[in-house]
Design a protein around this ligand. Structure first.
Ligand SMILES: [Zn+2]
Length: 179
């Protein structure tokens, strides 16, 4: 309950349009994923996670490049959706869920997820769970690269995300995913 209230305060504080506010709230609040994953995802979706572009906005002197590719500036949009490593993970998840679409930019994914959030199907519920575990795991891999000098390949990250979702699934959800 405490987290839910904090999430509401945070979302209201950004003065987002009503539709986005409701949809993202649904994505992160009505979700049976781990609380840590939900919290990291909420920070990312509100652009409150500490990526390099934010540090630079705070006038902290650092090089702007993404830790992974060293080619593009690090931002939520690049790290979680544009970078090829992240896109590969998302594409595997969409494949598992039998959602036929390609991974797009952060803005387009946001619009798509906002529309998709209105549904209450099993596939939609599972998508929410995969979404937050994926954002959390990409963030974890990014931090692992910074502090330990390595990260897991995309296919292993996908398997780990899959495992984290499946342990919180019902038996019928598991059958839906794997049969
Ligand atoms: Zn990059």
């Amino acid at each position: 309950m405490t987290i839910k209230m904090n999430l509401n305060r945070g979302i209201n504080a950004t003065h987002q349009p009503q539709t986005d506010k409701v949809s993202w709230k649904r994505l992160v609040c009505i979700n049976q994923a781990s609380l840590k994953s939900i919290f990291i995802t909420w920070l990312a979706l509100q652009s409150r996670i500490v990526t390099k572009d934010r540090l630079i906005q705070w006038n902290i002197n650092c090089d702007p490049l993404c830790f992974f590719c060293q080619k593009f500036d690090e931002s939520v949009a690049h790290l979680f959706f544009s970078y090829s490593y992240s896109r590969e993970i998302w594409q595997k998840i969409l494949g598992l869920l039998k959602i036929q679409k390609i991974v797009q930019s952060f803005d387009l994914e946001q619009q798509w997820a906002t529309r998709y959030c209105r549904k209450s199907s099993r596939k939609c519920r599972l998508y929410f769970k995969f979404f937050v575990e994926t954002v959390h795991n990409i963030w974890f891999q990014r931090n692992n690269l910074i502090f330990n000098g390595s990260c897991q390949p995309a296919d292993l990250v996908f398997k780990d995300i899959d495992y984290r979702v499946v342990v919180r699934c019902t038996e019928s959800d598991r059958k839906f995913l794997y049969l």
